[in-house]
Design a binder for this molecule. Structure first.
Ligand code: ARG
Length: 576
């Protein structure tokens, strides 16, 4: 065991900024190696500003709240080289917030940021900006980068609270921008940090806008506040980032109208008839010049190479030549004919199904996606103990509880950085096994295919949900034998109308009459859909949440895995 201490002290009244350029450590949730930054000279837990548990090569910086900082580098594996490169500076305290006069009606007038931007901002901050526009009919629009604010509920705010003209909001991080409009010519905007640790830097652009017409003529206002051209509504492309431009679209009327149904449209020639008259699938020439000797990528570009498919080299921009080379097949022949309203499965029927045991008890499900990686739900790993990989054991190749073909401890858990426990947005997590499963187990353990970003499930399509969870909402224990239930993909607009808070990272599946559903204990497990083309199984969803279990009109809500193809490949480059 090795621990290095770096004690940094500045003149009183000044602060310390530590910048880390690169760090070479073991990636396993800080079990073997960790870099910890304290807001004091003593390693006190409550004074932790940040912990780094993974190697990185991109510059990040942290600021103290006083003139002291302690940085410790810990390693229990001293035979391997551990390195950190960085530097520190003494900086003056920054006052944050000011009075801002917004002048005209231009798209962008300026920007405000969290303290010490682009460093992570320290806890205990308060900023206040007082905006005023030049005319009574102009309000203030705030465009948040990778962040959104929502009306505050009784619960506290995890990632900062905002007071805007006496109303309270909570902020949270997301993967796209949002616009918040204050319909008044004065706006008092107060931001207060609420996280105990340092937080990711915030950037907000502002401009004045016309209160009576927030979006320019001929454009549509998304739920995210962004404005998109009217022509982008119902075109099958998620221009609003939250899909609100693609909700409440009457497919047969709005899209199938020839003027809008262009070749770029995702419904066009996707092999499924969406328009009543079937015109979206007519005049689909297979004339795209892919001959037998070429491989056609999903985006219709051809590669003049015989072995583009599964040769280990990515040729297609969308990686489709290297996706699903060895996944999604089973030895079991699925004759398509607990989980609520399900039935017993057979041995080897769902070879990617995993049971995750927490403290010896079946707690969540997961899916095998490679020799050493599993995919599950982020909400299974919330809390101090649940986020510790050492408290989990994965059972693979199992039908009856307790009879797993392969058991492994968990080495590392990667919870999505934007997971939001308030609405279960980004409910996805990767788990790395301590020991990869062996090829000799192939008949009972198989990875499921990760759907590419372009993958679409269609309303009414039938998929399967599996798990050992509760068979009824009121049950208190799960099932001993793995259960399966056939569920239907529910229209996103319909699901949105029932639940009101379905994001683009979610999809709904069930039967509207209720009765067939996933339930408590199934979380993290797969929603498996079989491709009509090659019969391979795809992980369309991850069991995430729902109102009760199997209630009529309240389908199960699943994490939409195709949205995370890039995120998964970033962490697991070996999954094709
Ligand atoms: N959150 C639940 C769990 O932790 C899964 C709930 C799924 N609910 C539903 N109605 N489909 O196991």
């Amino acid at each position: 065991m090795m621990i290095c201490y770096f004690k940094l002290i500045a003149l009183t009244g000044y602060l310390i900024r530590l910048s880390i350029a690169s760090i070479q450590i073991e990636a396993d949730n800080c079990i073997t190696d960790s870099l910890t930054i304290y807001d004091s000279l003593m390693p006190i837990k409550s004074k932790i500003l940040s912990r780094i548990c993974e190697p990185t090569n991109s510059l990040v910086s942290f600021v103290s709240t006083n003139n002291m900082m302690l940085v410790t580098l810990k390693s229990t594996q001293v035979h391997k080289v551990k390195e950190i490169h960085g530097y520190f500076e003494v900086i003056p305290q920054e006052k944050c917030g000011k009075a801002i006069q917004a002048i005209g009606n231009t798209a962008l007038e300026g920007r405000i940021t969290s303290p010490y931007y682009p460093s992570y901002y320290p806890p205990k901050c308060i900023c206040s900006w007082n905006f005023q526009t030049s005319q009574k009919n102009l309000g203030i629009a705030l465009k948040f980068q990778n962040y959104a604010i929502n009306e505050k509920s009784i619960k506290g705010c995890k990632y900062g609270w905002w007071k805007i003209n006496e109303r309270m909001y909570c902020g949270y991080y997301i993967d796209h921008q949002t616009v918040f409009r204050v319909a008044s010519f004065v706006a008092n905007v107060e931001f207060q940090c609420s996280s105990k640790l340092s937080e990711r830097p915030l950037l907000v652009e502002y401009a004045s806008y016309n209160i009576s017409q927030p979006c320019p003529l001929g454009s549509f206002e998304c739920y995210t506040g962004l404005c998109v051209r009217q022509a982008q509504r119902c075109d099958g492309i998620n221009d609003c980032f939250d899909e609100s431009d693609e909700l409440f679209c009457d497919v047969s009327k709005e899209i199938c109208n020839t003027s809008i149904l262009t070749q770029q449209h995702s419904l066009f020639c996707d092999g499924i008839i969406d328009c009543e008259d079937g015109q979206d699938e007519q005049s689909c020439t297979t004339s795209i010049p892919c001959t037998n000797n070429t491989f056609k990528c999903k985006d219709n570009i051809c590669f003049r190479k015989r072995n583009a498919k599964c040769d280990g080299i990515v040729d297609c921009l969308d990686r489709s030549d290297e996706s699903n080379c060895s996944c999604g097949s089973t030895k079991y022949s699925h004759k398509l004919h607990r989980i609520v309203g399900g039935s017993d499965t057979q041995e080897g029927e769902w070879p990617w199904q995993v049971s995750l045991l927490y403290g010896g008890i079946a707690y969540c499900g997961a899916s095998v996606i490679s020799k050493e990686w599993l995919l599950s739900a982020a909400h299974c790993f919330q809390g101090n103990r649940l986020s510790d990989p050492r408290t989990w054991i994965a059972h693979l190749g199992m039908r009856t509880k307790g009879k797993a073909k392969f058991i492994s401890t968990v080495r590392r858990i990667i919870v999505h950085e934007y997971y939001n426990s308030r609405n279960h947005d980004y409910d996805i997590a990767l788990l790395q096994l301590s020991t990869p499963w062996l090829d000799t187990m192939r008949w009972l353990i198989q990875p499921i295919c990760i759907p590419p970003t372009s993958y679409r499930v269609h309303t009414g399509e039938k998929c399967w949900v599996t798990g050992w969870g509760q068979k009824h909402e009121a049950d208190d224990k799960g099932s001993a034998i793995l259960q399966k239930a056939e569920v239907e993909i529910v229209d996103q607009t319909l699901c949105h109308s029932t639940y009101g808070l379905i994001t683009a990272r979610m999809l709904c599946a069930g039967v509207m009459s209720g009765k067939r559903d996933s339930c408590k204990g199934d979380s993290g497990g797969p929603l498996s859909c079989r491709s009509k083309g090659d019969g391979k199984w795809f992980l369309a969803g991850i069991v995430s949440w729902g109102y009760g279990c199997g209630r009529a009109n309240f389908p199960g809500v699943y994490t939409r895995v195709s949205n995370f193809a890039t995120w998964i490949h970033k962490h697991v480059p070996t999954v094709f």
